[in-house]
Design a protein around this ligand. Structure first.
Ligand SMILES: Nc1nc2c(ncn2[C@H]2C[C@H](O)[C@@H](COP(=O)(O)OP(=O)(O)OP(=O)(O)O)O2)c(=O)[nH]1
Length: 329
């Protein structure tokens, strides 16, 4: 029995009956199994080694071009992975699957995060970052000579289902859906204090009562509740009290941070950059880097993929190049 087979054996013996087992993982194109790593470990590694993953370092979470101690999409992704693994291990679910989904969930985010997402949606009518993350790993990234990373169905289902109407099939995917929120609320609260936008005293009373006043106590309260509620159950959930408090915390963060007047000028500039770049590349597709010179036709989809894939700084550089060379961003 090779090492991978031993790990698969341990999964079958030790994991919860509700856990996804890597032995059962399915890929569209069959591959020879790895001697050391399970299918989900391999998916995680494939995502971490991809270009779209590296670009997360240069994409906004909340603040555009902040200081070095603020979160980017990369640190957010790592924090989702860490919290997700804690929950998965506590529930005897598949940690490797949770980690793979976490690493891939935001690779489709546009430059400037949600602002870029809304700007592209305004231009083309339909654009969601979770669908773009799926497209990134299925179509836009390459694995060897092949188009797409050929990830397992469980990882792809978790990536596209991390937000939006469709709930993931696996409990591991359901963990990411909740943990993504826990991670961003707590780390954005931390960054907002760093930016002087608010203090812990500003938090609603119920949040202070249930979660405490530090990012760490907040994560602990939500994670422990999630584990307690989901233990030995075929679904991942939170108690109604904690879920309500979390929603209150989320409303507070939208009002005081995400949609705060102080961030509006930066959000407007970012939206302007994305919309103008989109218009520019629709009119001049030859300016898209890496475009094939012999190709006659570029579709709207090609331009959306190109603009969505840009990092913040690269988008700003291109904007300056094609539009206003002296804008301050
Ligand atoms: N939803 C939203 N998030 C924003 C906005 N501006 C900044 N953010 C930040 C707050 C969080 O750090 C992060 C939330 O976006 P994510 O892509 O991480 O989460 P997602 O939209 O998948 O989560 P959700 O299902 O809406 O809780 O983006 C905004 O206008 N809307």
């Amino acid at each position: 029995m090779n090492i991978r087979e031993q790990i698969e054996e341990r999964e079958a013996l030790l994991l919860s009956p509700y856990a996804a087992k890597s032995r059962d993982a399915i890929r569209d194109i069959e591959e020879a199994p790895d001697p050391l790593r399970t299918a989900f470990q391999r998916d995680r590694d494939r995502i971490i080694h991809s270009k779209c993953f590296r670009r997360l370092k240069h994409k906004t979470q909340v603040y555009i071009a902040p200081g070095d101690h603020y979160r980017t999409r990369m640190t957010h992704t790592l924090e989702v992975g860490q919290i997700g693994r804690t929950v998965a291990r506590a529930l005897r679910l598949n940690e490797d699957l949770v980690e793979a989904i976490a690493m891939g969930h935001d690779v489709g985010h546009t430059p400037f995060g949600h602002v870029g997402e809304y700007a592209l949606r305004d231009m083309v009518g339909h654009f969601n970052h979770n669908e773009q993350s799926l497209r990134m790993v299925e179509v836009l990234e390459k694995h060897g000579e092949h188009q797409g990373l050929n990830l397992t169905t469980a990882v792809r289902d978790g990536i596209v289902g991390h937000t939006g109407a469709t709930i993931p099939v696996t409990l591991e995917g359901q963990i990411i859906r909740i943990v993504d929120r826990i991670a961003y609320l707590c780390h954005d609260f931390d960054d907002a204090q760093r930016a002087g936008m608010l203090t812990a005293e500003n938090l609603p009373f119920e949040v202070r009562e249930h979660f405490g006043m530090t990012p760490s106590s907040m994560i602990t309260a939500m994670v422990e509740d999630m584990v307690r509620e989901s233990l030995d159950k075929p679904v991942i959930s939170m108690s109604s009290d904690i879920e309500m408090t979390m929603n209150l915390f989320r409303q507070f963060m939208f009002k005081n941070v995400y949609l705060a007047p102080a961030l509006i000028p930066d959000r407007n500039k970012a939206s302007h950059v994305v919309k103008n770049l989109f218009t520019h590349f629709m009119e001049h597709p030859d300016d898209m880097e890496g475009c094939e010179s012999n190709r006659e036709f570029y579709s709207t989809r090609d331009v959306v993929d190109y603009v969505a894939g840009l990092t913040d700084q690269y988008a700003i550089k291109l904007f300056k190049q094609y539009y206003i060379p002296n804008i301050t961003l």
